[in-house]
Design a binder for this molecule. Sequence first.
Ligand SMILES: Cc1ncc(COP(=O)(O)O)c(C=O)c1O
Length: 303
Amino acid sequence: MTRIIWMDGVIVDWDDAKIHILTHSFHYGTAVFEGIRCYNAAQGLTIFRLDDHIQRLIDSCKIYSMKLTYSAEQIKKAVLETVKINGSENYYVRPIVYYGYGKMGVNPLPNKVCMAVAAWIWDESTYTNHGGGIRAIVSSWTRIDGRSLPVLAKATANYANSVLARIEAINQGYDEAVLLNSYGRVAEASAENVFIVKDDRLITPPLTAGALRGITRDSILTLARDIGLESSISDFGREDLYLADEIFLCGTAAGIKPVIEIDHRIVSGGKVGGLTKRLSNKFQDVIEGKDNKYSRMWLTPIR
Ligand SMILES: Cc1ncc(COP(=O)(O)O)c(C=O)c1O
């Protein structure tokens, strides 16, 4: 199997894809990245919402004043080339933009802005499944907010907060952590957006709660409208998680992950809820290319 990584336009063997130990972003948390999924769909290998991911990467660069020398079209070509050379698999694709090796010190601007694109098969056992769902806690760590770090940028710095929350959950024997913001409202999970279902209505926190502009979140809100589900974007608290009829998390790596227990409280009888199931089935049809409307809108074929 060919395994390569795209590094600033050069195709490098997986084992040779190395950077200098004094690479600026490695020290100061200033890299920005994307997580994109490839799926084996009815039409063959496709990439899900590629343009939206590339736009978010460009937005992240803008927030961090990174002078990206690649256009959206060039990033798209780099992603497609990486996936094509690696072969037909259900890859997770990781473009990353970072300040390279050069001058150390907090100011990153003297350093070259570099880009790499890697692809690998995501380990689906990241979360332990309990009857199709996961067990979560509300973290003791507060979600970073825009006064300290820009949450809309998918920056490596933000993930220090996520890592602390995930470690806490795992150390307590749980799978995942939901983080509250500094106002005590639900923000998101360590690497997913959060939805609750209450009285047949889907609710997700606004981005201003401290959530990443999740592309899966947006897909779910769109698909919910399509299948006639009511949804709203509004703040809610920890106790709303306890009283929810259903809870699920969503993200590129996780897909749709039902939560069956939160802080020792059982959710939806410890089973995957009906509405979560309906949305998951619809989402699955879309990523498998079985829905023509969304195949045209959201799937980029690899040719
Ligand atoms: C902190 C965080 N929130 C939300 C998400 C979900 O975003 P998306 O659906 O675009 O993958 C992710 C995953 O990328 C994430 O890391």
